[in-house]
Design a protein around this ligand. Structure first.
Ligand SMILES: Nc1ncnc2c1ncn2[C@@H]1O[C@H](COP(=O)(O)OP(=O)(O)OP(=O)(O)O)[C@@H](O)[C@H]1O
Ligand SMILES: [Mg+2]
Length: 277
């Protein structure tokens, strides 16, 4: 099944991707024949139960799977270029500047020994040729867009001096710092309370819209994805089992895991967004 956002130009296409991991001699399939498209300027929501393969897919796109994983078939096309054939120096050129990612573990993703301004600014200095002063100015603007109070002060602070929500916004700002064309956000709000989650996801989407960044938003949180995405892909045990425009998925979910995810979302959340699904 090819999951496609619309007839507009795709910026990212995954075709027939299969990934395995080796446990000793034993080969365990993690992704099986996964295909999807991210359309330029759109938000593609990727949902599925824990362990369904969402992070494996994201790390495959970034070419960041550990040794021990094997991509046995498929293509990952970024503007027509197969990333699976790109050299490591080519991937280093693409990371941050063209394709960027917010990783699932917020606590390990920031360096505890560097201030926030340095961590957001270094991508701009490296990829955009900014001076340190320009990078800090742009970093402050990014934090401001993400609704962080006292951005200038935050830039001088270290990760442990920030709240969980501020740390998460700093990570998002770092991922956006290189003005990428694609942002992959893997559960970018996992560790936060539901209100903060919705706020940050909204700000993240608005930042992407403002900068014309195509967003692959990975989440367990169906209501959030429904609120933000143009198109939704549902994964189950390493395969895509359902895909379509958001409205179709809500109104007429076909696969039982999608129905269960929607039912669970309705049962457990009382957020205003749920009134619309
Ligand atoms: N390093 C690894 N070695 C072996 N199996 C792994 C490894 N990493 C992931 N897996 C397995 O791959 C499958 C998919 O994991 P993945 O992390 O991609 O799921 P996910 O959909 O991102 O889950 P979650 O919603 O909990 O983040 C799981 O069954 C997991 O146990
Ligand atoms: Mg994951």
């Amino acid at each position: 099944m090819i999951a496609t956002g619309s007839s507009a130009q795709p910026i990212l296409e995954v075709h027939g991707l299969s990934v395995n991991v080796y446990k000793g001699e034993h080969r365990v399939p993690l992704l099986q024949d996964v295909s999807l498209q991210l359309v330029c300027g759109e938000t593609l929501g990727l949902v599925g139960r824990s362990g369904s393969g969402k992070t494996t897919l994201a790390l495959s796109i970034m070419r960041l799977l550990d040794a021990g994983f094997e991509i046995s078939s498929g293509e990952i096309l970024f503007k027509g270029q197969d990333l699976l054939r790109a050299s490591s120096s080519e991937m280093r050129r693409l990371w941050g500047r063209h394709i960027s990612m917010v990783f699932q573990e917020p606590y390990s993703a920031l360096n505890p020994l560097a201030d926030i301004g340095t961590q957001i600014g270094e991508v701009m200095q490296e990829h955009l040729g900014c001076t340190r002063a320009q990078a800090r100015q742009r970093a402050a603007e990014l934090l401001c867009d993400l609704d962080v109070d006292q951005p200038e002060l935050r830039l001088r602070q270290y990760p442990h001096q920030l709240s969980g929500g501020q740390r998460q916004r700093a990570l998002i700002a770092a991922a956006l710092a290189g003005a990428p064309e694609i942002l992959i956000a893997d559960e970018p709000t996992t560790a936060l309370d539901p209100v903060a989650q919705i706020q940050i996801l909204n700000q993240l989407r608005d930042c992407c819209l403002k900068r014309e960044i195509s967003l692959l938003l990975i989440s367990h949180d169906i209501p959030a994805v429904v609120a933000l995405a143009d198109f939704v892909v549902v994964m189950e045990t390493g395969s895509i089992i359902e895909a379509g425009p958001v409205a179709h998925i809500i109104e007429a979910p076909m696969a039982s895991p999608t129905k269960e995810l929607l039912q669970a979302a309705r049962r457990f959340s009382k957020s205003a967004i749920l009134a619309t699904i």
